[in-house]
Design a protein around this ligand. Structure first.
Ligand SMILES: NC(=O)c1ccc[n+]([C@@H]2O[C@H](COP(=O)([O-])OP(=O)(O)OC[C@H]3O[C@@H](n4cnc5c(N)ncnc54)[C@H](O)[C@@H]3O)[C@@H](O)[C@H]2O)c1
Length: 425
């Protein structure tokens, strides 16, 4: 047999934000990717964490301490201008995992520097921000992607397969819920939670699932919510939200989706989060529960506080493999791996030119920022409706691509809408 050498490459990764989601998904993926990812198109590509940017540096140093041997040499930068300093260190791509309302500035700095970016969900909070970032990515010929790991959940892949194959036809309505524990709103997010809501944080997973799986055009957005636990009952910080989206399909028929979220579920709940989806079609029903997939495990003195009774082994689990190795894997990690592979393919792939590979991968609608328009439109509308509600005017509705503008916010009693976005959604 002819002796062929497999090409070998390296990518330098930058990380902005090193909180819970970094520990859960980026850290295990970065550990695995140091060994190298293989693809026939690019050969072997190792990914090295070269620099990180955080607010105070504490989490970065703790991570270095706990993982000294594997991650000894990354640079750590802190505010002010942590992102700018990180970019001077010359990473090939950057992952943005800062709080929801701090994604835009970080992602813009990365794209302005001509580096690929992947942003945690929710990508950005307004269509103006989305327009600016997608234009920068196009101009500087780099990828701008989002982590939507629920699209990689095997159950959601099956749902989409049945829809794509026409086995489930025309969705009429649906219900999704994602409830987070009180420790999130009361502890982990306490620094930035004022004025925020759990819908932006987690409904966005299901907005994307609905948008990506069923297609269609977003027509109307409405939202209600409750206050009084995380902040005052008449303040701008929300305990729970109920978002309703109405979509229209090519047939002219509509579907409505209700997405209920909260971050005040008791901490002794049997799972880390409660997640359920139901979709009703012309010819069938889909009922999925991501927590109750069959396992209940009680351990004295541990469950349900230190570990949980119902565990989602599909998202992100640590396992002793049958062949003796320890591993950590699941769709939460796979979503990050896909992005690493996408960057490697753009930079080192053997098929076509870089420009052709970039165009092909930038066009993948499941994670591309340019294809997040309707999701961002829903989030921007929900936030504006909640803001009006907190100002004493509940029950507004946003009409999408209305004669008045792309996002037109109508409040009861006001004939003239406020235009949140004038372009076409
Ligand atoms: N994909 C998912 O399912 C999932 C799950 C949890 C969180 N998230 C998203 O990830 C993001 C982070 O969430 P988290 O739970 O890790 O939050 P966290 O509060 O645990 O961590 C936030 C991190 O950002 C850093 N940070 C804050 N402001 C910064 C700034 N201006 N510059 C640089 N770093 C800054 C903090 O130092 C901290 O390291 C959020 O947008 C959240 O919505 C996604």
């Amino acid at each position: 047999m002819e002796n062929q050498t497999v090409p070998s490459h390296q990518l330098k990764a930058g990380m902005i934000g090193m909180g819970m989601i970094f520990d859960e998904t980026y850290a295990p993926m970065l550990a695995a990717a140091r060994e190298g990812l293989y693809d026939p198109s690019f050969g072997v590509c190792s990914v090295d964490l070269s620099a990180v940017a955080t607010r105070t540096g504490t989490r970065a140093e703790k991570f270095r301490e706990n993982n000294g041997e594997d991650f000894a040499s990354f640079e750590s930068y802190i505010e002010p201008d942590a992102a700018g300093q990180l970019l001077n260190a010359g990473p090939d791509f950057v992952c943005v995992a800062t709080p929801d309302n701090r994604h835009f500035d970080a992602a813009r700095a990365v794209l302005e520097a001509g580096k690929h970016v992947i942003i945690e969900k929710p990508s950005v909070l307004s269509l103006d921000e989305l327009d600016e970032l997608t234009a920068l990515a196009e101009k500087n010929k780099v990828l701008a992607k989002i982590v939507y790991h629920k699209l990689l959940d095997p159950d959601h892949k099956k749902l989409r397969t049945l829809v794509a194959d026409g086995e489930l036809s025309h969705v009429n309505n649906g219900y999704c819920t994602l409830l987070e524990p009180k420790s999130i709103s009361g502890g982990q997010f306490a620094e930035w939670i004022k004025g925020r809501n759990p819908g932006t944080y987690v409904a966005v997973h299901y907005i994307k699932l609905i948008d990506f799986t069923f297609g269609g055009k977003l027509k109307r957005v409405s939202c209600s919510g409750q206050r009084g636990l995380v902040g005052p009952a008449d303040g701008p910080t929300w305990d729970s939200t109920q978002l309703r989206l109405v979509y229209e399909y090519e047939s002219g028929r509509e579907a409505a989706f209700d997405i209920h979220t909260s971050w005040v579920t008791p901490d002794n709940f049997p799972g880390w989060v409660e997640q359920e989806v139901q979709f009703r079609f012309d010819n069938g029903n889909w009922n999925g529960h991501s927590r109750r997939r069959g396992v209940e495990c009680t351990i004295e003195d541990k469950t349900p506080m230190v570990s949980k009774i119902s565990i989602n082994n599909h998202y992100n689990g640590s396992f002793l493999e049958p062949w003796g190795e320890r591993s950590q894997r699941g769709y939460g990690i796979e979503a990050i791996e896909r992005f690493f592979r996408e960057v490697a393919e753009v930079e080192f792939g053997s098929e076509g030119t870089r420009e052709e590979r970039l165009a092909k991968i930038a066009d993948l609608t499941y994670n591309s920022l340019a294809d997040d328009r309707q999701v961002v439109a829903a989030v921007q509308s929900m936030e504006a409706i909640l803001e009006r509600h907190a100002a004493g005017k509940p029950d507004s509705v946003v009409k999408v691509n209305d004669p008045a503008g792309g996002l037109a916010l109508y409040s009861p009693g006001d004939a003239t809408p406020e235009v949140l976005y004038s372009g076409t959604v």
